[in-house]
Design a protein. Structure first.
Length: 121
């Protein structure tokens, strides 16, 4: 069990938020995306993204940038480590096997994968 001291980093979290987060992250390998976390906690999506970013910078989760192509916007086409920027163009889509030359064809999301169970304090 790892612990994350939220004070000074995620000051918008209430005691109830921290309890919900601790319950959610009770297993190693827990995956979460910002929109799911925002719904679960009743926070805004930017606040949920802030939680995920802090988990990554504190070494508590591996964060991935998920890449979606317009050929199937519901399916994750690829994932790269979050924080190194966007994929290089031209980018090869493994779903439709087309070469993508424009970021406008792509959309992105973030996923955190917890390394250990996390207690939010
Ligand atoms: Zn594609």
């Amino acid at each position: 069990m790892s612990s994350l001291k939220c004070e000074g980093k995620l000051d918008f979290l209430s005691v109830e938020h921290k309890q919900k987060l601790t319950t959610h992250f009770c297993k190693s390998g827990t995956k979460v995306m910002p929109h799911e976390l925002a719904i679960k906690l009743g926070t805004t999506r930017p606040e949920a993204l802030a939680i995920i970013t802090v988990l990554g910078t504190e070494g508590l989760s591996k964060n991935q940038l998920l890449i979606y192509h317009q050929c199937d916007p519901e399916v994750i086409a690829d994932a790269i480590p979050f924080g190194i920027g966007f994929p290089d163009l031209p980018w090869f889509c493994p779903l439709c096997e087309e070469i993508v030359e424009d970021y406008s064809e792509l959309s992105f999301d973030v996923m955190a994968i917890a390394n250990d169970p996390i207690e939010f304090i």
